[in-house]
Design a protein around this ligand. Structure first.
Ligand code: EPZ
Length: 420
């Protein structure tokens, strides 16, 4: 398993190119199941989860052609010859559950493994299943699999989500594009990645309105067609590198970064003492003064994103004063805390809140990645720490971030990957 060796203490200066959004790209690839024609996606991030999603789609029978041979543009399309999503793929990547709605909508049936939990929580899919049943699917759970049929096709309906679940919104949205009649999804998630998915689906011939409003209205059509779509920039990658500028006291240009997609994160950065500005080619982030402690609560968009919680905690660990972070989305997303404390942070977890008492400096140590965003919080801590940090289990990081060590080293970080 690869490891990172980081020697901290240097402010980062330079440019980092923000790639295509993982949490848009994965769903846009799944949208390719909704038509036999070619859906061409560009600005695809080269990360492990995208490769896993490619494997999943290929085993369904559709083609996933790497158009320029370097994993940045895919053409997806063809006939579905297998409507089963197997446990060995779904358990590796939970986003696989999103093939359920499209398979039922296009083929009238699906057999998809239940994803099971992951490091940050039990991650149930009850809202996905109840919503699909509302659209007329018959769902039976057996042997760890979801067996779904809709022999007469799906029928539009009004669905109220008890929680603004990103995945449930996306699964139901895609299924509804080919349902008969109108579907309304009330309390739909409003994340920008869903807007990107809606934009692509409408290019494919879907009829969807209400992006960002919390209510999505989908008028079903008989078929969807091929289209071309450029994946939006990854706002979480952008926010993550903004924390790198903040924690090291550096000055970074995040090329392709959009302040508008990161509203609550930008406000939190500025409250902490980090300056953020939108420039022609991206987002500029720098910190010249002291970092100040703040309180944060994670919420569905447009609130502070849970996917930025671990990264912010690393930065607040060296801020002046105390901070409190309350995690309201996932029940177990503080696994970076013990690792940060091993580096000298002073963080106490009380239920869904973490109290952070800022320290003057962290010290490098051997630490272990536990999940995607926690991995990066430990890198951020290592970039600011005195001495050497060795981060193991970097495969967690490679699932969702492209070329981290290259992007950071290009801005002056002393970081190297040791293959192992
Ligand atoms: C998506 O996960 C993202 N993943 C997550 O990013 C992100 O943290 C999350 O949305 C919230 O923004 C992808 O897009 C691939 P949810 P998802 O359904 O769709 C509960 C990352 O680091 N819930 O909004 O699974 C669930 O347990 C990843 O990039 C139910 O109870 O998130 C959780 O507590 C991590 N029943 C909460 O809702 C359901 O049927 C939010 O889940 C569905 C969800």
């Amino acid at each position: 398993m690869d490891r990172f060796i980081i020697r901290g203490g240097k402010p980062l200066h330079g440019k980092i190119t923000i790639g295509g959004a993982k949490n848009a790209g994965l769903k846009l690839m799944v949208a390719g199941l909704l038509t036999a024609e070619r859906l061409t996606l560009t600005n695809v991030p080269r990360i492990a989860d995208i490769a896993t999603m490619r494997d999943l789609l290929v085993q369904h029978g559709v083609g996933v052609e790497d158009l320029n041979g370097n994993g940045t543009s895919y053409a997806i399309g063809g006939e579905i010859t297998n409507t089963e999503a197997p446990y060995d793929i779904v358990s590796k990547m939970r986003a696989s559950i999103l093939v359920l709605g499209p398979l039922i909508a296009r083929c009238g049936k699906a057999r998809v493994s239940l994803p099971g939990g992951c490091a940050i929580g039990t991650r149930p899919v009850d809202m996905h299943l109840k919503g699909l049943e509302a659209l007329g699917a018959e769902i039976r759970l057996e042997g760890g699999y979801i067996n779904a049929t809709a022999p007469k096709g799906l029928i539009g309906d009004r669905i109220v989500l008890p929680f603004a679940s990103v995945g449930a919104t996306e699964n139901l949205l895609m299924a509804a594009t080919l349902a008969k009649g109108r579907t309304e999804i009330i309390n739909a998630a409003r994340e920008p990645e869903i807007g990107d998915l809606v934009s692509c689906l409408n290019k494919m011939g879907a009829r969807i309105t209400g992006t960002g409003s919390g209510t999505l209205v989908i008028d079903g059509v008989d078929a969807l067609y091929g289209a071309e779509h450029r994946i939006m920039p990854d706002r979480i990658e952008c926010g993550t590198y903004a924390c790198a500028a903040g924690i090291t006291g550096g000055d970074l240009k995040l090329v392709g970064g959009q302040v508008d997609d990161l509203g609550a994160v930008v406000r939190a950065l500025e409250e902490t003492g980090v300056e953020v500005s939108q420039e022609e080619d991206g987002m500029r982030v720098r910190r010249t003064g002291a970092l100040r402690g703040i309180d944060i609560m994670t919420e569905p968009y447009p609130g502070f994103p849970t996917d930025m919680q671990a990264q912010f905690m690393a930065m607040l660990a060296v801020a002046e004063g105390a901070s409190m972070i309350t995690e309201t989305i996932f029940e177990n997303r503080f696994m970076h805390v013990p690792e940060l404390n091993r580096m000298g942070a002073r963080i106490n977890v009380h239920g869904s809140s973490a109290i952070i008492r800022g320290v003057h400096a962290l010290s490098g140590a051997p630490v272990m990645a536990t999940d995607l965003r926690a991995s990066f919080s430990l890198i951020l801590a290592g970039l600011a720490a005195h001495g050497e940090t060795i981060l193991s289990r970097v495969y967690h990081l490679d699932r969702g971030y492209e070329a981290v060590e290259k992007k950071l080293a290009a801005c002056g970080a002393n970081i190297e990957r040791v293959k192992g």
